[in-house]
Design a protein around this ligand. Structure first.
Ligand SMILES: NC(=O)C1=CN([C@@H]2O[C@H](COP(=O)(O)OP(=O)(O)OC[C@H]3O[C@@H](n4cnc5c(N)ncnc54)[C@H](O)[C@@H]3O)[C@@H](O)[C@H]2O)[C@H](O)CC1
Ligand SMILES: [K+]
Length: 500
């Protein structure tokens, strides 16, 4: 079965284009010349190609900047290894400057213009058109060449980024074509993991070109790839003295009689994830349904908002999850406001987000003013749009939303992004499409509540929950329904604890 997770050995730091240029600069200040880096980049790609494909005929497409410079190096090393190379330049080669011009001069064979390119009998294409420096749009003659390559169905190896994919945002020019393999340098970039860019990269390879890892300390990257290395040490560890209430008591606000499933899924996930106790707060009319359906999960009936506030305090509730199946109602709104005024951590999902569509600022000011406890917002794209309506990449929008609201924002999708208000962000990459099913978001919200309740920070709880959710999706595969997810959580947690 196809797994949607990537090799765990990928380094977690993701560098923005600006941070990558900084790494470049630091390496050069440290005495490694630009030409040495470019030589290592091109040689590394050629070696990967030689390891992956049998010797054959390859077209190398070179652009106007240093990405093109890398292409000249790849072409030279493949020629030395016995490949037959056609090299085409997107621009008059005379316009190249710096290291790229140097590598062009070291290329002793012909340089074709776009019009001269023949695509018959090719075994491979190397796309060294544009990388980190891509901006604006692909001009029509370049798009035409790329579409001919796509039609010829020859595998493409992209240098750094497929031409037309933005390294910071994952935005894709309509003329871009998917690569079989993308080879990037030192560390991956957000655009390799944000859709649609991610689906253009094929297999991502990161190669060492001689930039010292110690520069990462100075760069202090703001974005990481989600994975256990980021939060394994924060997992709630059980000690012999522990008892259920010291593992935290989570409250899941339940919906009315016709929509009780969401809170039930969330409550089970909360217990599985490590809340010592979990109670569903039911409207009086639905109490019998919840009571009949739940075993370890407790149920309480609360009608009035004021009683909810008293109960949160009396039962020393550490974490409240509100929203799943709750309905866009006054009750949902009032209960959310009271949860925010309490000392508890709050996970705000689904209807509890939508209920603030007309006055999101009121929600945000309560979050920012909250004395005790942290807040996680877990919108999908449509819910996000209702309360934030921001432009930009998924990463930028999640960051801005977190800064604006004062909450940890988890913007869901195949490339879920989680950001703290001060801009620390992770991109998740292990979620398979099987998770796009009814109730899956309710389970995710419950997982966050359980981990939060067990003592993790908002950011760690959110990142851990998304990763566990993805791992469960991969384990279960096709046919997954949301009810299945809780059953594989113990196995996933055991794996994580074993690594501690
Ligand atoms: N960072 C490193 O450690 C190393 C990076 N290498 C390679 O260098 C590129 C980045 O090079 P740069 O010259 O900055 O950018 P590009 O080559 O991607 O493109 C810049 C070039 O293209 C022009 N341009 C941009 N967009 C367009 C467009 N839409 N249409 C036409 N022209 C466009 C722009 O004006 C410039 O002239 C990185 O990706 C790596 O591949 C190293 O060699 C190794 C070290
Ligand atoms: K490229």
């Amino acid at each position: 079965m196809k797994s949607y997770s990537e090799p765990v050995s990928l380094p977690s730091e993701l560098l923005s284009v600006a941070e990558m240029y900084q790494a470049d600069r630091l390496a050069m200040e440290g005495g490694v010349s630009g030409a040495t880096l470019m030589e290592a980049a091109g040689k590394g790609i050629a070696d990967l190609i030689i390891d992956t494909w049998p010797t054959g005929r390859c077209l190398v497409i070179c652009g106007p900047g240093n990405n093109g410079g890398d292409g000249y190096v790849v072409a030279r090393h493949l020629t030395e290894a016995g490949w037959q190379i056609d090299l085409a330049s997107l621009v008059d080669p005379e316009v190249l400057t710096g290291d790229a011009a140097l590598m062009r001069d070291r290329w002793e064979d012909d340089i074709l213009s776009l019009r001269e390119v023949m695509l018959d009998d090719l075994d491979l294409v190397v796309d060294a058109g544009f990388g980190a420096g891509f901006s604006r749009f692909l001009e029509s003659d370049i798009s035409t060449l790329l579409s001919r390559v796509k039609k010829a169905a020859v595998p493409v190896v992209a240098v750094d980024m497929p031409s037309g994919v933005n390294g910071d945002t994952g935005a894709v020019d309509p003329g871009a074509i998917p690569a079989a393999m993308t080879v990037t340098f030192f560390r991956a970039k957000p655009g390799h993991f944000l859709y649609p860019g991610r689906s253009y990269c094929g297999r991502l390879q990161i190669i060492d070109i001689g930039i010292d890892v110690e520069y990462l300390e100075e760069i202090d990257p703001e974005t990481h790839l989600n994975g256990p290395d980021l939060w394994r040490d924060d997992l709630p560890l059980l000690t012999p003295e522990i008892q259920k209430y010291s593992r935290g008591h989570a409250a899941i606000v339940g919906g009315g009689i016709s929509s009780t499933g969401a809170a039930r899924l969330a409550a089970r996930a909360s217990l599985r994830a490590g809340a010592g106790a979990t109670t569903i707060v039911s409207p009086p009319s639905a109490l019998m349904i919840y009571a009949a359906a739940m075993e370890a999960v407790m149920v309480t009936s609360i009608g009035e908002a004021g009683d909810f506030a008293d109960w949160l305090q009396a039962r020393r509730i550490g974490t409240v999850l509100i929203g799943p199946g709750n309905g866009v109602t006054d009750r949902t709104r009032e209960f959310t406001l009271l949860a925010l005024e309490s000392a508890a951590n709050v996970v705000i999902d689904a209807d509890a987000l939508t209920v603030f569509r007309d006055d999101p600022d009121m929600l945000f000011s309560l979050i920012r003013e909250k004395d005790e406890g942290e807040v996680v917002l877990t919108p999908h794209e449509a819910e996000f749009e209702r309360i934030f309506s921001l432009a930009g990449s998924k990463l930028e929008r999640a960051r801005t939303a977190a800064a604006l609201s004062g909450a940890v924002v988890l913007l869901k999708g195949a490339d879920t992004v989680i950001s703290t208000p001060d801009g620390k962000a992770v991109i998740n990459y292990n979620a398979p499409p099987y998770l796009a099913t009814a109730g899956s978001g309710d389970v995710l919200a419950g997982l966050i509540a359980g981990l939060f309740s067990g003592g993790m920070t908002a950011f760690s709880a959110a990142a851990t929950a998304v990763w566990i959710h993805g791992a469960a999706g991969n384990m279960l595969g096709p046919g997954l329904i949301s009810e299945d997810i809780e059953n594989v959580i113990p196995e996933i947690l055991s794996g994580l604890f074993r690594e501690l």
